[in-house]
Design a protein around this ligand. Structure first.
Ligand code: HEM
Length: 440
């Protein structure tokens, strides 16, 4: 048994769990006895999903076993982590953690091993052993758990392995109003799921794992349309009502491999199967957007609100014609239109956008938000703009720079948070996320 196995072995001991429960100030004797019986009855592993001994005595789980989402699963293992090129489920929570100051290499190894073990279980509809609500793990609903590393993980574990681009983005002074409340973090947990109950439970289980290693710096809670609301293959809408995500790499051709995993000239992945994530929290001022009429909204982005077609076409998938002119000689897609500014100027200047809407109701709502305000009005609304690419400096920054210099959408949007993470590759069945960093 290696040192690490010895260290993680006690986690799996029922005895230590029971000690923990008995020692807990709030655990009643009845509750402790109940958990003990459950564990013993399931041979120490809590199986979820339809069928199997995990559903006995739980009518809800049996009923939901027949529902299409209940047992929809995404594979945890593989060359790449799930949650990037896989379809985006309805809910996405991004959690930035700060590791404690005294954290050492072995602590991080232990933490990543524990988190990987529990993510592996949760994604396959099984409850981790320390789960006191195991029924909540039974519905997998396409749960994915994706890990991202901030600079400190490399500084402590393997400084030579740190990608050169892993640092805050350059400042975009004209538009940024960044708050450290949504700033860099040491470790990212990205949880995506089609069932909010499953997601909340998975989040709690993983955060329990991290308790003695650090603290939560931020949680960004996002959503898209519910599973089943839209026909398969429909592009999501953001809270401005725009179809958002039309031009994006896909796994149906080589573009996902090229853009996200560096299989193209001029891009080199930091490690095979690894990528990067830029998370920008972008406030969207719905109150001032309300004042803009339909043509104004379409002019700002360069696409129709109704179906997402470019202003030079009739269907969402029609090619964009940036050279088209109106009868009096003006560009049909304005110089300041978002898509003109964002479109790739070189083959590598592409990104995978996998954003989630956010909407945080404010309790003291009164009046409307003024232009430039990021806090007024009845809600704090926007996009958790999650962008994946091989190299953020080469791919994301030139696009963001052009948008910062000129983009009509800036009238109603304000970036309020920014963080960059290295997304390590996936792992084997007996490995853990980030294990290769400890081999050096
Ligand atoms: C709240 C902020 C934003 C909103 C509401 C927004 C909205 C949109 C919409 C409606 C489209 C057109 C449909 C599509 O192709 O998806 C679009 C395209 C695009 N956006 Fe944004 N966007 C925002 C921020 C950003 C940022 C920060 C970036 C990158 C730095 C970005 C990069 C792109 C790119 C690359 C395209 C495709 C351009 C093309 O080739 O046609 N967007 N965005």
């Amino acid at each position: 048994m290696t040192d690490d196995q010895k260290q993680s072995a006690p986690r799996r001991s029922l005895w230590s769990r029971r000690n923990l429960l008995i020692g807990g100030a709030t655990a009643s004797a009845g509750a402790v006895a109940g958990v003990g019986v459950e564990l013993a009855g399931r041979g120490g592993t809590r199986e979820g999903g339809s069928g199997g001994d995990g559903n006995e005595g739980n009518p809800q789980a049996v009923a939901s076993g027949g529902a299409p989402l209940a047992s929809s699963r995404v594979e945890f293992h593989g060359k790449r982590q799930a949650g990037v090129a896989t379809p985006a489920p309805a809910y996405g929570n991004f959690i930035g953690l700060r590791l404690r100051d005294s954290i050492g290499r072995d602590d991080i190894k232990r933490l990543l091993r524990i988190l990987s073990e529990d993510a592996r279980a949760l994604m396959s509809g099984k409850a981790p052993l320390n789960d006191q609500e195991p029924e909540l793990a039974e519905i997998s609903a396409n749960l994915t758990v994706t890990f991202g590393f901030g600079e400190r993980i490399f500084d402590v574990v393997n400084p030579q392995g740190k990608p050169t681009w892993l640092k805050p983005l350059p400042a975009f002074d004209k538009i940024d109003r960044l708050s450290d409340d949504w700033g860099p973090a040491d470790l990212l947990l990205q949880l995506c799921c089609d069932d909010k109950v499953t997601l909340a439970h998975a989040q709690r289980m993983l955060l329990k794992d991290t308790r003695s290693f650090g603290s939560v710096h931020w949680v960004q809670d996002g959503f898209r349309n519910a599973a089943g609301s839209l026909k398969k293959g429909t592009t999501m809408r953001n809270l401005f009502g725009q179809i958002d995500g039309t031009i994006n790499p896909t796994t149906e051709d080589s573009s996902m491999d090229e853009v996200v995993y560096g299989n193209m000239d001029g891009l080199k992945p930091w490690v095979d199967g690894g990528t990067s994530l830029v998370i920008r929290r972008i406030h969207m001022n719905l109150d001032t957007w309300d004042e803009v009429d339909g043509p104004g909204r379409e002019d700002a982005v360069g696409r129709k609100i109704s179906n997402g077609a470019p202003l030079t076409g009739s269907k969402e998938t029609d090619p964009v014609d940036l050279s088209a002119k109106t009868p009096i000689g003006f560009p049909v897609i304005a110089e300041y239109a978002h898509i003109r500014r964002a479109t790739a100027k070189a083959p590598h200047e592409r990104i995978l956008r996998r954003p989630y809407n956010y909407d945080v109701p404010v309790s003291h709502a009164s009046g409307l938000a003024e232009a430039g305000s990021t806090t007024g009005g009845v809600s704090q609304t926007g996009l958790i703009f999650a962008s994946y690419q091989t190299d953020p400096v080469k791919q994301f920054v030139p696009i963001q720079q052009r948008l910062a210099d000129l983009d009509m959408l800036n009238t109603w949007t304000v970036p309020i948070g920014s963080a960059v993470f290295a997304i390590p590759p996936g792992c084997h069945e007996d490995g853990f996320i980030g294990d290769f960093l400890f081999e050096a």
